[in-house]
Design a protein around this ligand. Sequence first.
Ligand code: FAD
Length: 367
Amino acid sequence: MKQYDYLIVGAGLYGAVFAQEAKKAGKKCLVIDKRSHIAGNIYTEPVEGINVHRYGAHIFHTNNKAVWQYVNQFAEFNRYTNSPVANYHGEIYNLPFNMNTFNKMWGVVTPAEAKAKIEEQKKEAGITDPQNLEEQAISLVGTDIYEKLIKGYTGKQWGRPCTELPAFIIKRLPVRFTYDDNYFNALYQGIPNGGYTAMVEKMLDGTEVRLNVDYLADRENLNALAEKVVYTGPVDAYFGYKLGALQYRSVRFETEVLDTDNYQGNAVVNYTDAETPYTRIIEHKHFEFGTQPKTVISREYSAEWKKGDEPYYPVNDEKNGALYAEYKKLADVEPDVIFGGRLGEYKYYDMDKVIEVALDVAAKELA
Ligand code: FAD
C-alpha cells in the first residue's frame, strides 16, 4: 500500500476538480505544482486590492447547468457580462458585431438596413472563391467591418497580414442583428467574487498540496508515493519530447498599476488597428465592479512561442495534430497514469469544459 491513492500533478482547474471528487470518494490525494501558487492559469492575485488575472483574463461562461451548480459550491459568482469594445484609432465599436456596431459604423437603425449594407459590400467585393483570410472575411461581412475591426487585430494575433493567412481560419463570423452586446451566448456567466484562486483553494480544501515541486525533476520518488498519477502538465514533456515538441501560440502581458480609478471604463478593450502593438488592454477591476482608488491594466501582446515560454494556445494545424496523436498513443498505454487538462490533452479547453471532462473522468475512475 502506498501513502496516497493519487498523485495529482498540477493544481490547476483539472487537478483541483479531480482532487475534490477523489476526496469525496474517500481517496487520499497529494497535489503538486511546479509553480509557487495553486489555480494554474486561472490564478488571480490581489494588487492594490484588485484581483489581477495573471495568465490572462478569465470569464466563466457555460450552458451546462450541472457545471454551473458545481462551481457555485465553491464560489459566489457576480453578474459580470462580457461586453468588449473595439478601439479603432479612437473610434469605439461594440463587440461582438451587432446592431450597436452597425449603427456606429453606418448610421443604420434597423436589422433590415444593416443586412442590406452588408450584402451590398459583399456584392461590391465580388469574391466568390476566397483565397486567403482577407478575402474570406470580406466575403462574409463586407469591407468596412473587415478594414476596421478584423484586419489589424487578426494580423497582430497571428503575426502575419491577413492576405498571408489561410481562409479556413475563419469559417464563420458571428454577426448579430439585435442590440445585444453580450459576447457569450451562454446561459450562465460571471466572475467568482474574491477571484479564482479563492475558488480553487476551496476545491482543494482538505487535500495536501505541495508547491514548487516539479514532477518531471523527481518522478521516481514521487511515483513511489501514490498508486496512480493524474498528470495535467504538457504531454510531450512527460515523454521527454522524444517525438518532438508540440507548438503553442503565446501571449505576453505587460501589467501596470495606474494612479487613476478608472482607465478605460470597461474590462476588455480590443485595439483593432494594425499600428497599436498590443491586441487588448484588460482593466482587471471591472470584472468585479471595483471601486479602489487605483487601477491595474494588462496590455496583451500576441507572441510566437519558443520552448521554455509559457504555453498558452495549442496550434491546431495538421502537423501538431498528427504529433499529438502519436503522443496520445503513448499516453493511452502508460500504466497507472491519467493524462488530463489543456496541456495533458494538448487542447484548448474553456474552464467549463475542463470541469466537465475532469468530472467525467473522475466519475469513471472512482466508480
Ligand atoms: P492549467 O491551469 O495550466 O494547470 C496545469 C498545472 O500543471 C499548472 O499549474 C502547471 O504549473 C502544472 N504543471 C505542469 N507541469 C508540471 C510539472 N512537471 N510538475 C508539477 N506541476 C506541473 N477559459 C474560460 O472558460 N474563459 C476564459 O475567459 C478563458 N480565458 C483564457 C485566456 C487565456 C489567455 C488562456 C490561455 C486560456 C483561457 N481560458 C479561458 C482557458 C482556461 O485557462 C483553461 O480552461 C484552464 O486553465 C485549464 O486548466 P488546466 O488545469 O487544464 O490547466
